[in-house]
Structures are given as C-alpha cells and as structure tokens.
Write a protein that binds this ligand. Structure first.
Ligand code: CMC
Length: 429
C-alpha cells in the first residue's frame, strides 16, 4: 500500500497524490492545488494550531488520550521516582541521554559556576517598584541578561550556545529568588553552590538574617519533583513562543523572556495562581456545588482543569497529588485541599466535565503545595518558569540545529477590503 493520500479538487476534477510521512502531509504540498495557474494555491487553515505539527522533535512524547508523558522516552513517573536531582533530568532533556557519573559532575559544575548574577543585575532589579509582580521582574531581568552577554547572539556557534544554556539554567533561580526578596524588601541571598538546585533556591528565598538556614529534606525533594514535572511539555504556548522568537536568530535571553511572557497568562502557567484564587473564592465545601453550577452555566472556568492535549488525567497531576500529602506532613495541611478534592470528585462524575474530557491538570494541585511551602501566589508562575527554562532551551537548540527549520512565518487568510482609494479627511463620513 502506497504511503500517499489522494485529493480530488471538486472545483476542477483534478486529482493529486500527496506523500504521507509520519501520519502527516506537508502543508506546502497543498500549494499545487489551484483552479487557475496564477493562483497562490491551497493552504491549511488552523487557528491556534489545533492540528498542525510545526516541527519534528525527539525531546518529549505525550499521548493525551492515554495520559502518557515521557522525556526522551523515559516515563515521567519513573523519572519522578528515580531522579536524584533536577540537574540530572535537565541533562537528559537537553542532551537526550541520562548522564554517566562524570558527565553529571561536569554538567553540575558548569551550571553551578553560573549561578551568580552580575552586581549590575541587582541594581537593575532594585529599580522595580516594591509591589512589582515577580513574574514581571523575572521576565524583564532575563531579557536584560542579553545586554550582559552580547556574544549570545552568535546562535550558530554551538560552544556559545552551550555557555548561554549553563548561564540561563544557573541564573533563573537566582533571579526568581531576588525578585521575591525585592518585593519583601529583604536583602538578596547569594547562591550556595554546595546545595542542590532546589535546596539552593529554597535558601535564597527563605534564609532570614544571619542564622544558618537548614534545608528541609522533604520540601527540597518536593521542589525537585515539581521542577522536574515542569521541565518540558513539547509544543505548548510558551515553547512555541521560544521557537518562534528564536527562529529569527535573536539571542536566547530575549527568546526565553518572550517564552516566559507567554507562560504568564492564566490559560497557561498562570493557572496555578488562578486555582488558589478560585479555591479562595469558593471558600468552603458547602459552596462547591454552586460553583460547579456556575462553571457549567458558562460563568467562568474550573481553573486547573482541562488541557488542549490531555483528554485523560494529566500524569503530572497524579504525581503532585500524591506528593501533596508528604509536604503537608511537614507544613501542615493546606485547608483548601478539601475544597480541591471535593471539586475533583464532583467534576470527575459530572456529565459536563466527563463529556468534554476535562481532568485535573498539572496546575490543579501544584499551587496548594507551593502555598503550603510558603511561596506567595504571585511567585507561582516564576516557579513554573524555573523548571521550564530547561525545556525551552532544549527546544531552542533542537530548532536551531534542524536543517528543515527557518524563520517562523505563518500565512493568513485575508478577508479585509479589496483595493480602494484614499479618502481625504474632509470627505470622510
Ligand atoms: N472549566 C470549564 N469548562 C472548560 C474548561 C474548564 N477548565 N476547559 C475547557 N472547558 C470547556 C469549554 O468551555 C468548551 O466547552 P464547549 O465545547 O461547550 O464550548 C470545551 O470544554 C473545550 O474547551 P476549549 O476552550 O475549546 O479547549 P482548549 O483546548 O482550547 O483549552 C485550556 C485548553 C487549558 C486553555 C482550557 O481547558 C482551560 O481554560 N483550562 C483552565 C485553565 C488551566 O487550567 N490552564 C492550565 C493548562 S495545563 C498547564 C499549562 O499548559 O500551563
């Protein structure tokens, strides 16, 4: 059986055989379909990229119907269970294979050598108002790094790219913690490279005064897992932003800032913050049925539910839900957990949600853990961005080294006015 598809254009009766590869046809092959020779030719129309593959990738595999997520072939459940550190998983996501002992040591060393930020970065951050949203500070500061490392624009140089990858993965926790401490009016705490990626971040966030800060093992482990679960998620909104911006061959700091901006919205990485606002608004268990009714009546969404790709339980939400109980053993139970569990119970039985295949996603329980750990709500998207920086960079590297990729430039279907003559102001109605 030939791997082709035959299209008959009923406008002309002409028949076209298009090759099929990996269950896709090349959109450019549609261009030959036209009524008249001087026409542009046919295109695919796909607002929001519901059914368009924009790249080939070897990084992350998702089967949304079955609730499967794998990084480089390894199931997320196995990774969460066995990984010793976030940086081990970052290596896997970026380089494609699990590191051996030496590779991991070198990788850790290289990243830890880049956890400090230039003192001028601090000055820059001090310029923000005391009540500036930390995600705004994070995005702006990451973008500003391009001015500190002008060589970063040499994106066709593999060595230069690698150096910026070390810098970005090394510095994002530092910038995130400084953004938080800025909003609290607290002095910044410098990175401690003897600690793990998550442990160092906790210390930079929460160390108070001169007393030594002891990292809690359970919370460090929980944060490591949360960073791991957020490390990559194939061609989502922010990753697509990273690829599109990076395709113009700008430096990776500018592209990462753009990706982080895309992440900030409440339909993407801002959803974990929105979940807590929603739970807060519901307030008590007795209000849950009324809230569900409002959602079903179209007066708002059940935040932390639903996903463009998952039409089953998000495997990351399963890991997080289990971990929540371990965290609450240390921090005390988040009183909003019961409301969340009740929402989930009702939604998983209710026809509205069942029919639309709306299940809890990664953001439904992560906010409850972050909150119990003492992170303020407006830092939640920043925490997401720390983990996801690895994925953005892996996708950026893959895009730049893929010979099929070019500058991103979608087409449009123009439905505006035809050509018309300019009207002087005096003659306008
Ligand atoms: N609550 C209530 N109804 C919903 C929800 C929800 N959370 N999500 C989707 N629906 C309904 C929607 O109204 C529509 O119904 P109908 O067919 O009657 O018009 C149907 O389900 C399909 O929804 P859609 O908006 O066409 O689906 P989408 O693939 O465009 O949107 C989504 C995906 C994640 C934006 C959406 O499910 C949503 O807004 N969820 C809440 C926000 C959220 O939790 N976002 C985090 C996503 S996971 C992490 C990440 O990517 O950052």
């Amino acid at each position: 059986m030939a791997d082709t598809i035959t299209i008959i254009d009923n406008r002309t009766g002409k028949k076209y055989d298009l090759p099929i590869q990996h269950d896709t046809i090349k959109a450019l092959d549609l261009r030959q379909i036209k009524v008249k020779d001087d026409e542009f030719g046919m295109m695919g129309y796909d607002p929001a990229f519901m059914n368009t593959a924009s790249c080939v990738s070897k990084i992350t595999y998702i089967d949304g119907d079955k609730g499967i997520l794998r990084y480089r072939g390894y199931p997320i459940e196995q990774i969460a269970e066995n990984a010793q550190s976030f940086l081990e998983v970052a290596y896997l996501v970026l380089k494609g294979e699990l590191p051996n002992k030496k590779q991991l040591e070198d990788w850790r060393y290289n990243i830890k050598m880049h956890t400090m930020v230039h003192e001028n970065v601090k000055t820059l951050m001090e310029g923000f108002r005391y009540d500036a949203h930390p995600m705004g500070i994070f995005i702006s500061t990451v973008a500003a790094l391009s001015t500190f490392y002008p060589e970063a624009k040499q994106v066709r140089n593999a060595e230069v790219r690698e150096k910026q990858i070390y810098r970005l993965i090394g510095k994002v926790p530092t910038i995130a913690a400084f953004a938080y401490r800025h909003s609290k009016g607290m002095p910044y705490v410098y990175p401690d490279n003897d600690l793990t990626y998550a442990g160092n971040f906790l210390k930079m966030m929460f160390k108070a005064g001169e007393s030594p800060y002891k990292v809690n093992d359970t919370l460090e482990h929980a944060l490591t897992i949360l960073f791991i679960l957020h490390a990559d998620h194939e061609q989502n909104c922010s990753t697509s932003a990273m690829r599109v911006i990076g395709s113009s061959e700008c430096d990776p700091y500018s592209a990462t800032a753009g990706a982080a901006a895309a992440l900030w919205g409440p339909l993407h990485g801002g959803a974990n913050e929105a979940v807590i606002h929603m739970l807060d608004q519901i307030g008590s268990m007795k209000n849950v049925p009324g809230f569900i009714k409002e959602v079903k009546d179209g007066k708002g969404r059940l935040m932390g539910f639903g996903h463009r790709v998952y039409k089953n339980y998000d495997p990351r939400a399963k890991v997080i839900k289990k971990m929540a109980y371990e965290v609450f053993e240390v921090t005390g139970r988040n009183p909003m957990l019961d409301i969340a569990l009740e929402l989930e119970r009702i939604a998983l039985e209710d026809e509205y949600f069942v029919k639309r295949k709306l299940y809890p996603n990664v953001d439904f329980y992560s906010g409850l853990i972050y909150q119990a750990m003492g992170f303020p709500l407006d830092l939640f998207p920043v925490l997401f961005a720390i983990g996801r920086t690895t994925g953005w960079l892996a996708q950026w590297e893959e895009m730049l080294t893929d010979p099929e990729q070019k500058i991103s430039r979608p087409r449009q279907v123009y439905l505006g006015s035809g050509s018309r003559n300019w009207v002087p102001t005096i003659d306008r109605k």
